[in-house]
Design a protein around this ligand. Structure first.
Ligand code: SF4
Ligand code: SF4
Length: 269
């Protein structure tokens, strides 16, 4: 059921019809990765210790807050997050973004790099359990990705639509939290440019870390306590009423939600 795989913050916000959808993917066996070298059914072959996590997702501010507040977040994942904040590695009020050099290399990846490059392993991966370390707070891409589907094309279409829906919601809720913390739409828009290397200056494209001057300006009076800021974003979103959620969705969100329902109805369980 979708409610069992969704980040927990959405359980009181999503429509029941989506939450109760009993899709069950049996081919994508993540605990024992179906695409592991030696047993994969197609040309994709991943290292079992890396799986499809050789990727740095964008984690929005409120999801970062949930990770920081969760008692189950692995210690080494927390340490990596704190190191990112300390070194100014693209920790921004919108959330934690993949460093620009990684975004560029990932976009230009060769076929065999995904699933095999250990240096690309997600910072939120739990090496001890060999699984996602932030499963209840993972992003839209990670929540919806299925390498194989038991429901053929209709299954993949459903997951794509779910990805679009959650991704839209992530942006809407992240922005709403920032507006409540007195960031302006212009400031938010400037930060969103970090999600796309196109249009960045060549020196920015090479930068693994942002300068203190730049980050202190972007973070305004929250610069000294970025962890607390992310937690505040989580509290704001976690306390959203159904009415506030619908307002954040707006008409474009309702259109995306309808597309998701259509894709859901096309899946034969
Ligand atoms: S979704 Fe990822 S972890 Fe799960 S079976 Fe597929 S490649 Fe492996
Ligand atoms: S957030 Fe979790 S599922 Fe997503 S890439 Fe990282 S470890 Fe994998």
């Amino acid at each position: 059921m979708i409610r069992n795989i969704l980040p927990s913050i959405y359980l009181k916000l999503f429509p029941e019809a989506i939450l109760d959808f009993a899709i069950e993917e049996k081919k994508a066996t993540c605990d024992n990765c179906a695409l592991s070298v030696g047993k994969t059914p197609d040309h994709r072959a991943y290292q079992p210790s890396l799986k499809c996590c050789t990727f740095h997702p964008f984690q929005t501010n409120y999801l970062m807050g949930q990770i920081l507040l969760s008692p189950t977040t692995p210690k080494d994942v927390l340490e990596r997050i704190r190191a990112k904040i300390e070194k100014r590695e693209y920790a921004l009020p919108i959330g934690i973004v993949a460093p620009m050099p990684h975004q560029i290399k990932f976009a230009q990846r060769k076929d065999n790099e995904f699933g095999n490059r250990e240096d690309w392993l997600c910072p939120y991966y739990d090496r001890i359990k060999n699984n996602c370390g932030i499963w209840k707070s993972r992003s839209s891409v990670c929540t919806s990705f299925h390498c194989l589907s038991s429901y053929g094309t209709a299954g993949f279409e459903f997951w794509d639509q779910l990805s679009d829906y959650i991704s839209y919601i992530e942006m809407a809720l992240m922005e709403e939290a920032l507006l409540q913390l007195e960031f302006t739409p212009m400031e938010i828009s400037d930060q969103l440019s970090f999600l796309n290397p196109d249009g960045q200056s060549s020196s920015r494209k090479r930068k693994q870390f942002l300068t203190k001057e730049f980050t202190s300006k972007v973070w305004k009076n929250y610069f000294e306590d970025q962890e607390e800021f992310y937690k505040k974003c989580y509290e704001i979103v976690a306390n959203f009423s159904e009415k506030q959620f619908k307002k954040a969705l707006g008409n474009p969100g309702i259109v995306i939600q309808k597309k998701l329902m259509t894709a859901k109805n096309a899946v034969v369980l």
